[in-house]
Design a protein around this ligand. Structure first.
Ligand SMILES: Cc1ncc(COP(=O)(O)O)c(C=O)c1O
Length: 471
């Protein structure tokens, strides 16, 4: 741990003194003070390098080179406010008293704040994005869109893909082309992100919220069966937190009752049920490529289907309902739900690395499982024999109503752990659509998503373990 005196140089010194201090403190910068320790400037090794390259000499005075504009904190500022001033650029922040004298400093560390999710953009993302940009095809036509649709649907072993602006509109578009609207009922799980129910409500259909299974946390086939009425038109199984739903049971119920199935695969890219990719079961399946998803396009989504007829309809409706053969002739009241070529360029590069991404995700989950295996009151998401779940966000359940306490202490450590989604039926705006919710209420209250991004280190996992072992 470095002390303040190793970070200080007197303003009357020569550049060589500052350079030596930087060399010793290994922090890349030094604070410049007067005899009363008043902070007058900051000097970095980059400033010195640039000065020398432009013909300056090491014997020159520090005064000539130092930056007089710098970020600083005040000693009576809250810790939270001070932390906010640190970032990749300002890695070391001087702290001053009221007389502007240097009294302390705080440092940025890469593991200072651990976000719950972070896009992994280490492949061709930037190259393809630049290529799309330079091609001037930056709107919603272009080769990247076509290739992303083709390659992503192929990855899911499905014939067609229609890229859209996000995962929510993907579900809305699916409902629309299946003709679901006013007077129709759509069965959805109680534990899901609100996008699922919002899409149903925006299509003027009535959502019917049913309970989840206590093992896989997904929509319960038994509850679906109980909730079916003559008005039921569709089921939206959501593969929550990367765990595939019981698709055999759901597809059988749908077949027996002539119901459409729209899979919500927003959190489960690449997961498999009995060796078959999720997204390949439903009439239409919907994906999200939001920034926290397994692969991302920033914002974005896709509908995939094996039906050429539905594919064609979705393409028309996505593009204002405009005829494909007669420009500016509108056959239906459509939407602008298009994805841009820029987004698709990122998506295509992400798709090239999906196996690698899924691999580090599952390895990270295994590390959490190993580290926390003896921790009392903690359990992980089920590993089920007939399913190959993927790791979207690592999930744990905390017993004895201690979930919120755990979350609070992790968040205080700057570890961005998140609560599970609230049960939809708990919220005033959705309550009236409730059919059943027993398991969902109890699981939702205990669930935590642990940070799941490529920069989570063994050290972070140990810090989390230490925290959880105090339960
Ligand atoms: C289960 C589920 N469905 C739908 C969506 C909606 O996706 P988007 O945020 O891309 O609209 C999300 C994620 O955000 C989700 O988690």
């Amino acid at each position: 741990m470095i002390t303040l005196d190793k970070l200080i140089c007197n303003v009357d010194g020569a550049l060589i003194d500052a350079w030596k201090t930087i060399n010793e403190n290994t922090k890349g910068s030094v604070f410049i003070v007067d005899d009363q320790k008043k902070l007058l400037g900051v000097l970095t090794d980059g400033d010195i390098r640039r000065f020398l390259i432009s013909g300056g000499r090491l014997e020159s005075g520090i005064k000539e080179v130092m930056n007089q504009e710098f970020s600083y904190g005040l000693e009576d500022e809250s810790h939270k406010k001070l932390l906010k001033k640190l970032n990749e650029r300002v890695k070391i922040l001087p702290i001053l008293n009221k007389k502007l004298q240097l009294v302390d400093f705080i440092e940025y560390r890469a593991d200072f704040y651990i976000p719950v999710a972070m896009p992994d953009l280490k492949g061709n993302e930037f190259n393809y994005l630049a290529d799309a940009f330079l091609s001037t095809w930056i709107s919603s036509s272009g080769e990247y869109i076509e290739n992303f649709e083709k390659d992503f649907s192929k990855y899911c072993t499905v014939n067609h893909g229609v890229a859209v602006s996000n995962g929510t509109v993907a579900i809305h578009l699916a409902l629309k082309v299946l003709g679901i609207g006013q007077g129709d009922e759509v069965i959805i799980p109680d534990l899901t992100f609100a996008a699922t129910i919002n899409a149903v409500l925006h299509s003027n259909a009535t959502p019917v919220i049913v309970d989840i299974d206590e093992n896989d946390w997904n929509i319960s086939p038994t509850e679906i069966e109980k909730a079916i009425t003559p008005k039921t038109k569709a089921i939206i199984p959501v593969h929550i937190y990367g765990q595939p739903c019981n698709m055999d049971a759901i597809m059988k119920i749908a077949k027996d009752n002539k119901l459409f199935v729209i899979e919500d695969c927003a959190e489960a890219h690449g997961s498999e049920y009995k060796g078959k990719k999720v997204g390949s079961f439903g009439d239409i399946s919907c994906f999200s490529f939001f920034g926290n998803k397994v692969i991302t396009t920033g914002e974005g989504g896709m509908c995939i289907t094996n039906s050429s007829e539905l594919d064609e309809k979705m393409r028309i409706l996505r593009d204002h309902g405009m005829s494909k053969t007669k420009k500016y002739w509108h056959e239906e009241v459509g939407f602008n739900y298009r994805m841009t070529n820029l987004q698709a360029a990122i998506g295509l590069a992400q798709l090239e690395r999906i196996d690698e991404i899924l691999n580090w995700r599952s390895q990270l989950e295994n590390k959490y499982r190993e580290a926390l295996k003896d921790t009392k009151k903690i359990s992980f998401q089920a590993i089920l024999p007939d399913r190959e779940k993927i790791t979207w966000l690592v999930c744990i359940l905390v017993e004895d109503n201690q979930r919120d306490e755990v979350l609070k202490s992790l968040n205080e450590m700057k570890i961005d752990a998140r609560p599970f989604f609230y049960s939809l039926s708990e919220m005033d705006i959705y309550k009236k659509y409730l059919f059943s919710n027993k398991n969902s209420l109890s699981i939702s209250k205990c669930g935590i998503n642990l940070p799941t991004n490529a920069s989570v280190s063994d050290n972070t996992i140990q810090r989390i373990k230490l925290n959880l072992s105090q339960l």
